[in-house]
Design a protein. Structure first.
Length: 456
């Protein structure tokens, strides 16, 4: 493989050429209620060539790797047809390395029968909890990939990667009232990351039933406590995407807002993106441009100090590459993506954070949300009222909306109970590339003056 790739790199002239060859294997199991919805294994091999010629990028993806020189030739021809502005890639040291994951329990050594049996065991626990559990949805995925990366600057990297994830959802029904609850698990260290979850899946069913009795929240403006799950989704979706440098240099308005050195919050606020954390789904040693992973402070002591880069965006903004160029597979070009994005630990404990709240909301985890530029909308998975400094009744239909920059300034307390979450089968989506494995996290955070939608 190495000789094949090196020979192809030398076969044509361009300002820059890179080749990725990838071998992917995947297992997927899906249960809906008592039925097996999917039981499949897939195997794909392919690659891509990216060539930079006089400011124009050519990109070719393929499944036939034997004619690699032809694919390089085509990518170079494409690059010549595009008359772009001069592109200067940020410098990167040529690297020669082999990366093999240290797996505790290799999912490739677990039979399909045993994987299915474990999922059915979890499913039976949820279905058997209560007659009010109408149905369930469970999904398991494991992926194992081997990537070869080489470029015309002298890098040659072999990198293997494993990703295991599972989602568990319970649907409870009482007359026309339907509520759902879910949890996720997984990681990059092996099959054991989704084992031993019997209490967790039972709790999912229990909380789904409890949500049937929750009353809709009254809309208004509240002090809100976000748990680590929802705070992590908030920092990823509402702020992390704004820190991806391709978004910044393509948007003049965001360039005026996202100015390094600008104050974005109180000195207690620190936001980081790091692909170098051990065991996390967003972690890797080298990105898809062969650049080493790094830890990048985005906000430090309340001040905007960094952003996420590919070599191209770093060159355009005259900054240092951060190793955040990622592609979901060989069919796509690498673009700037987050890895493990999180708010760092603070010093407050949870009891102190709620103690002086006369009337507020404790919002837990997220069903999802939408972001448009700096505006966001998130629906919490679970929520409780806070009354006179105590957690009170369960509520539902809690939708948080606002401007991310104003919201960051309104964070006035950060907990000391940091959690990083990234299990499951999904990931981050951008420009049609989904799902890209990531993790996000935070301690509990307290935010003043949050607009909460609900029934008046």
């Amino acid at each position: 493989m190495k000789d094949l790739i090196n020979s192809a790199l030398k076969s044509h002239l361009a300002d820059y050429i890179e080749i990725r060859i990838e071998d992917h294997r995947r297992t997927r199991i899906s249960l809906k209620g008592k039925l097996v919805d999917e039981l499949s294994t897939t195997h794909s091999v392919g690659g891509c060539v990216r060539a930079l010629v006089n400011g124009g990028w050519g990109f070719v993806s393929f499944n036939d790797i034997t004619n690699l020189k032809d694919h390089v030739r085509l990518a170079v021809q494409q690059g010549k047809l595009i008359k772009g502005e001069k592109i200067v890639l940020a410098p990167a040291q040529p690297i020669k390395d082999t990366v093999i994951p240290n797996l505790i329990k290799d999912p490739r050594k677990i039979s399909l029968k045993d994987k299915k049996a474990l999922l059915e065991d979890y499913n039976n626990i949820m279905l058997g909890y209560s007659p009010k559990i109408q149905t369930t949805g469970l999904t398991y995925i494991d992926r194992y990939s081997k990537k070869y990366y080489a470029n015309s600057e002298g890098s040659f990297i072999e990198q293997e990667h494993c990703d295991v994830g599972a989602n568990f959802t319970a649907f409870a029904k009482d007359k026309d009232n339907i509520q759902q609850m879910f949890t996720t698990a997984g990681g990059i260290t092996g099959f054991q990351t989704i084992e031993g979850l019997h209490e967790e899946v039972l709790d999912v069913a229990k909380r789904a039933v409890e949500c049937l009795d929750a009353k809709p929240v009254k809309g208004g403006q509240y002090t809100v406590i976000l748990d680590p799950g929802l705070a992590g989704v908030f920092v990823h979706e509402a702020f992390g995407h704004l820190s991806e440098a391709d978004f910044i240099y393509e948007n003049e308005r965001m360039r005026d807002i996202m100015v390094l050195g600008k104050k974005f919050g109180a000195p207690i606020l620190n936001i980081v993106d790091s692909a170098s954390l051990p065991g996390q789904r967003g972690s890797y040693k080298y990105d898809d441009e062969g650049v080493p992973s790094s830890k990048t402070y985005l906000i430090k002591d309340g001040i905007l100090v960094g952003r996420l880069h590919s070599r191209e965006t770093a060159g355009k903004l005259k900054e240092q590459s951060t190793g955040n160029a990622r592609a979901i597979n060989y069919r796509y070009r690498p673009i700037v993506r987050m890895t493990n994005t999180y708010i760092k630990n603070g010093t407050s404990n949870f009891e102190d954070m709620i103690s002086d709240i006369e009337e507020g909301i404790y919002a837990i985890d997220a069903y999802g949300g939408q972001t448009t530029m700096e505006m966001f909308t998130f629906s919490s998975r679970e929520a409780f009222m806070i009354r006179k400094g105590k957690i009170a009744e369960r509520i539902r239909d809690v939708v948080l909306t606002g401007n991310v920059f104003e919201t960051l300034k309104n964070i006035d307390a950060i907990g000391n109970d940091f959690k990083l979450l990234g299990g499951g089968t999904g990931g981050c989506g951008k420009e049609g590339q989904w799902p890209l494995p990531v993790s996000d996290g935070s301690p509990h955070i307290r935010i003043r003056n949050v607009v909460v939608g609900g029934r008046q």
